[in-house]
Design a protein around this ligand. Structure first.
Ligand code: ZN
Length: 284
């Protein structure tokens, strides 16, 4: 065996110079081809990639849009990426750990009912970014969420990409959603999570709602068969000030939340609503 190995390695050595030359020629050809196909500029950006964009931005209107700070520059300077505290401006020390559980696209039916039980068991208040159309279909569940003390916020009427709509259509999406929430027993919403996290400066200017995104994406919709997988996503990417994205329309998402809540409590996290999160981290 040993001998065979040696002879094979000798054979390999003999081949090596030729293979080396071919490899150099092939790599040169690939580089020339790459430059001609994608251009020098793109090639430079591959080797020198731009700074990654923050996962999410957070802005809270009550602390930002007072008369003295209403210039666009101030607003931009005060926006901060959650979790990038070296460059961001969180007013809260990293030693204070807070988690904000947010549930989008509901209210759901059985899954939301189950979630209410889980949240009540652990005495956690969450935030529901609801769709107006779903509130209209299921006003009883909205009422139960309000009664249990959870925060209700807006996620538009029927989940369009708001950046593709006219200002009037955006207004209609938000107004109709607030009307449905109020009719079901809730209050006018203060926070907006635009569908897909997509919004423009114009949308931001035209609404007096704070834009509230997330900095931890559970990816629950990818793991509908495995709540442990999305729980692991959250726990492995957890931040001192964590705004966690879930959807209460999937039972697996609720099970995933049921896994992470006691774990985060053990780790010293306090659970807060989105408005509380905004006030604690954003006011400075
Ligand atoms: Zn959504």
């Amino acid at each position: 065996m040993r001998y065979k190995y040696k002879s094979e390695s000798r054979k390999y050595k003999k081949l090596k110079p030729r293979v080396g030359r071919i490899a150099i020629l092939v790599s040169l050809a690939i580089v020339v081809l790459a430059i001609s196909v994608i251009g020098v500029k793109s090639l430079v950006s591959i080797f020198n990639p731009p700074e990654p964009k923050p996962m999410a931005l957070f802005k809270h209107e009550t602390t930002l849009l007072n008369e003295q700070t209403k210039t666009a520059k101030d607003i931009i300077n005060r926006d901060f990426p959650i979790g990038k505290d070296k460059t961001g401006h969180s007013a809260l020390s990293d030693n204070i750990k807070i988690a904000c559980l947010t549930f989008d696209d509901g209210p759901g039916y059985e899954s939301t009912d189950y979630l209410l039980k889980v949240l009540s068991k652990y005495d956690v208040k969450a935030t529901f970014f609801v769709l107006g159309s779903r509130v209209e279909q299921n006003p009883k569940m909205l009422k139960r969420l309000v009664k249990a003390g959870h925060e209700i916020a807006s996620h538009s009427w029927d989940h369009p990409d708001l950046t593709t709509l006219t200002p009037e259509q955006v207004k209609q999406q938000l107004d109709m959603t607030d009307a449905a929430i109020i009719k079901a027993g809730g209050k006018k919403t203060k926070l907006l999570r635009p569908p897909y996290g997509k919004y423009s400066a114009q949308i931001e200017e035209s609404t007096n709602k704070g834009i509230f995104l997330w900095n931890i994406d559970s990816n629950d919709w990818r793991h509908k068969d495995d709540p442990n997988a999305s729980a692991n996503v959250v726990l492995s990417s957890i931040l001192p000030h964590a705004a966690i994205l879930y959807h209460d329309i999937y039972e697996s998402s609720v099970k995933s939340a049921e896994i992470i809540i006691p774990k985060l409590k053990e780790m010293g996290y306090t659970f807060v609503t989105a408005s509380e999160f905004a006030d604690m981290t954003g006011a400075y």
